[in-house]
Write a protein that binds this ligand. Structure first.
Ligand SMILES: *Cc1c(COP(=O)(O)O)cnc(C)c1O
Length: 434
């Protein structure tokens, strides 16, 4: 079951790609982005939005406005200027909440992903003598693994016994939903926290967050998600989902720039609850924050987890980016994404069978923008293939030992680029993998 429609033979695929671009209602959004150029002066085929999203053209002006405020008003820019800095982070709250399907007070844009993960673990990983384990996946993003491992040690427990890492079944590339839920049903009593990705960074698999949350909560575990590869990629409905927390970064599909201000979701049921939390002055109730009193009075909602006053120059690109997402609409983006990545999958299957295989699940519910392509024929040449793609102006992403991740994104990629990419990849592997 692949959900893919029949496509014409290769000779007609270029025409088909052009027709799909012509019919694409989101096509003009590409004009809002700077597309990196290859050395030959042509635009690159940029399939790397899963690693660093492109710069929106509006970012420069947004930054210049804040630089100008700073130059002209100094400290006064906190309260004056077109957009005063004091409540600046509140401007991104609504669009961010919309994007992740949360109530506005449940989200906050702050610090960076791994920092936020630690802050969430402080509140939601509360190990007891009998329930002290954390469930992650075997190939978790290293930073997530380091974070949970260090938290386990910080609480005086041993990662050897407390860190559970779920691996795909023998011969399989991905975890199955049943495997995850069955594991939770069997071991849930000892698990304090489940931390899984929304989209697995290596395989591109979209996990069934609903099944995981349900199983986790039924077993009495806290459930948190790392949405680094999900935000701006697949629609999310975090409030209804009912997970305890989620964290994400904003420089991948969200295009908010290198090291951009990250985001956090904390479910409403925890607001005002007696959770342990690390506090800073920006988490203080803004009504009385500047009385500068010794007692910490938390803000309502996710804002209570803020520590520092936010970096305005880093928030400005996020604000620009979220406006673009609002204009495009996540549902429309998802529909184009399914077609765009589906087209890629289909061309790979038909043109490169036996040479290159996608390890990303082919059913549409389990894939987002990204396909992880495994060079099967002569895997030892995979690195060569990747370099040759770069020489031809394809920007993709390399993961040892033989995976090339490619992510056509619906905001700025086109069907014709998918066609060209497969054309280039076919030439390259037929050249290097013999
Ligand atoms: C990109 C990514 C990170 C990066 O963490 P930073 O704190 O933003 O450097 C962490 N975890 C996952 C799952 C990621 O995909």
């Amino acid at each position: 079951m692949t959900d893919l429609e029949a496509i014409p033979d290769w000779d007609h695929c270029q025409e088909l790609a052009r027709a799909l671009d012509a019919a694409d209602q989101l096509a003009s959004f590409r004009d809002q982005f700077h597309i990196p150029q290859h050395t030959d002066g042509h635009e690159c085929i940029y399939f790397c939005g899963n690693s660093l999203g492109l710069q929106a053209k509006g970012v420069r002006a947004a930054l210049e406005i804040e630089l100008e405020h700073w130059a002209r008003l100094g400290v006064g820019a906190h309260f004056n200027g077109r957009i005063p800095w004091m409540p600046y982070h509140e401007l991104v709250r609504e669009p961010l909440a919309e994007l992740v399907g949360a109530q506005a007070p449940e989200v906050v844009a702050m610090s960076s992903l791994t920092v936020n993960l630690h802050l969430m673990l402080v509140s939601f990983y509360r190990p007891t003598p009998t329930r002290n384990k954390i469930l992650i996946e075997k190939h978790a993003f290293p930073s997530d693994r380091y974070a949970v491992e260090s938290q386990i040690r910080f609480h005086g427990f041993d990662p050897e016994t407390c860190l559970l890492e779920l691996a795909p079944g023998v011969g399989l590339d991905c975890l199955s939903s049943e495997q995850i839920t069955q594991f939770i049903e069997a071991q849930g009593e000892s698990i304090a926290l489940i931390l899984l990705p929304g989209v697995q960074y290596y395989t591109g698999q979209v996990l069934d967050l609903e099944a995981i949350t349900r199983a986790g909560r039924e077993a009495g575990c806290r459930v948190g998600f790392d949405l680094a590869h999900s935000v701006g990629n697949v629609p999310l409905d975090l409030h209804a989902l009912g997970c305890d927390f989620a964290v994400w970064c904003s420089y991948k599909y969200l295009n908010a720039g290198p090291g951009a201000v990250a985001g956090c979701f904390i479910h409403q049921r925890h607001h005002g609850a007696e959770l342990p939390r690390l506090n800073g002055w920006w988490g203080h109730d803004p009504q009385t924050r500047f009385l500068m009193g010794p007692e910490f009075v938390p803000s309502r909602g996710a804002d209570a987890w803020q520590l520092s006053n936010p970096p305005i120059l880093a928030l400005a690109p996020l604000r620009v980016s979220l406006e673009i997402f609002q204009a495009a609409g996540m549902q429309r983006l998802r529909q184009k994404s399914l077609k765009l990545t589906g087209f890629l999958l289909q061309l790979i299957q038909e043109q490169l069978s036996g040479w290159v295989r996608s390890i990303t699940p082919s059913i549409k519910e389990q894939r987002g923008c990204q396909l992880s392509l495994m060079v099967e024929k002569k895997p030892e040449s995979a690195r060569d293939v990747f370099s040759a793609l770069g020489d031809r102006g394809v920007v993709a992403d390399w993961r040892a030992p033989n995976i090339i991740r490619v992510a056509p994104v619906p905001l700025y990629n086109r069907f014709i680029e998918v066609y060209r990419f497969v054309e280039i990849l076919s030439e390259v592997v037929r050249n290097r993998c013999v």
